[in-house]
Design a protein around this ligand. Structure first.
Ligand SMILES: [Zn+2]
Length: 419
């Protein structure tokens, strides 16, 4: 760890542009397989940190993600506020060492390095590995990345993450995004050579009806028709999506106090629909889980505790002013402080910092008597000799606590001794 910290500071990592740094982290996060769903990213990243360093070590560095929400600063805007030590932790957790993190070029390669097979059955290179580049596109409905494989022949298909080979995909025709010029040309050749429709259907692995339609309307208008239908489907899906969203919002309003699992149980089928078609939105619109809620209220109590603590300190600082206003000394006890800061003593376990501060400033009876004696001497005796009976009668003190008695003895002796 210390080597990593050294490397971090020697190489002035702190000066890396935040966007670049963020992107690099995110590449590593994708490689680690925890980029989706986004709603669990923080939790999963926290898990990686804990398994790498252990909670104890993270506690020592005040960076245990279970106790401190610092991972929520992992965004382009806020990343610059992450403490250097925490950057070191992230870099080491995501790529073994700071040096490796800084020097390696990371690329998220869920489909490996390629090249990949072209699936154009009418080309002369069907299933040969002719595709060199793929496009990673984020499917916002699924909340997942997908690969778009486009060959020079124009043929383009789509694979989901986790699918290793296009050859094993059932209903592959649903994955074809574009057939391209080569496919169209070869198809036209078959038609003009008089190959029967059923045979063309077998060759092109399409339904006879589809083949007929392509012949009747031509490739372009067939594709346009397909595109139009696709658009219509998407439009209908959008409409349905909005209906589902509204229904979910209504459900949340109806049961504002339900926890996540309870609300899901209240309409499981709606939840399932949203989960499969609109996962990103759903994650943003789930109520808190039981754990999340208790955590939040813990944080809320912590904030309030801090605020009460500030008030309590203020009250103690002003104590002599209150005494001036009352024209007498006031013993520092719990209740007057609580009344002044507006806190009830029942909450002693909720606002621990405040109550422990109050406990630390409370005055014992002896302390209070000493304060009275001091005050009496200051107001009634300048350079005159101190007389015990006079002090006691002026201050109204009767029975002195041992420490007050000792203080009085000492102060009389000191005061009355000629200098
Ligand atoms: Zn091709």
């Amino acid at each position: 760890m210390s080597e990593n910290v050294e490397y971090f500071f020697e190489n002035e990592v702190g000066y890396i542009n935040s966007k670049e740094l963020y992107n690099k982290y995110f590449e590593c996060i994708k490689i680690a397989g925890i980029s989706t769903p986004l709603s669990s990213l923080k939790k999963n990243l926290g898990g990686i940190l804990i398994s790498k360093f252990g909670e104890e070590a993270l506690d020592l560095l005040n960076s245990n993600p279970l106790k401190n929400d610092w991972l929520s600063y992992l965004s382009i805007e806020r990343i610059k506020h992450i403490h250097p030590i925490r950057h070191v932790l992230l870099m080491v957790a995501l790529s073994n060492s700071v040096q490796e993190f800084l020097t390696n070029e990371f690329g998220y390669k869920p489909f490996g390095n390629g090249p990949w097979a072209c699936m154009n059955i009418l080309s002369d290179h069907y299933t040969m590995e002719t595709i060199k580049d793929i496009n990673l596109v984020f499917n916002k409905y699924k909340g997942e990345f997908q690969g778009e494989f486009k060959c020079n022949c124009g043929f383009t298909y789509i694979l989901n993450i986790g699918e290793n080979s296009p050859l094993n995909i059932e209903n592959f025709h649903f994955r074809i995004k574009e057939k391209g010029d080569v496919w169209n040309r070869e198809f036209s050749k078959l038609v003009s050579r008089g190959v029967p429709i059923s045979e063309i259907a077998t060759i092109t692995k399409q339904a006879k009806g589809t083949v007929r339609k392509i012949i009747k309307f031509g490739h372009d208008s067939f594709e346009q028709e397909k595109a139009r239908k696709r658009k219509l489907i998407i439009k209908n899906e959008d409409i349905q999506k909005n209906i589902n969203r509204r229904e979910w919002i209504k459900l949340r309003r109806k049961f504002p106090n339900l926890l996540r699992t309870e609300l899901i149980a209240a309409n499981k089928s709606l939840y399932t629909k949203l989960r499969s078609k609109d996962a990103v939105w759903l994650d943003e619109n789930l109520p808190l889980s039981k754990r999340g809620r208790s955590k939040l209220s813990k944080e809320a109590y912590f904030e309030k505790d801090l605020a009460y603590l500030e008030k309590a300190k203020y009250v103690i600082n002003k104590w002599s002013e209150y005494e001036k206003q009352a024209d007498k000394l006031i013993k520092i006890t719990k209740i007057p402080i609580l009344v002044r800061i507006g806190l009830d003593s029942r909450y002693v376990n909720k606002y621990k910092m405040t109550f422990s501060f109050i406990k630390s400033v409370l005055e014992s009876h002896g302390d209070y008597q000493i304060r009275i004696i001091k005050n009496c001497i200051a107001t009634h005796f300048d350079d005159t000799e101190l007389k015990r009976y006079k002090i006691l009668s002026l201050s109204g003190l009767r029975k002195l606590e041992p420490q007050a008695k000792k203080y009085l003895d000492d102060i009389i002796k000191e005061h009355n001794t000629p200098k």
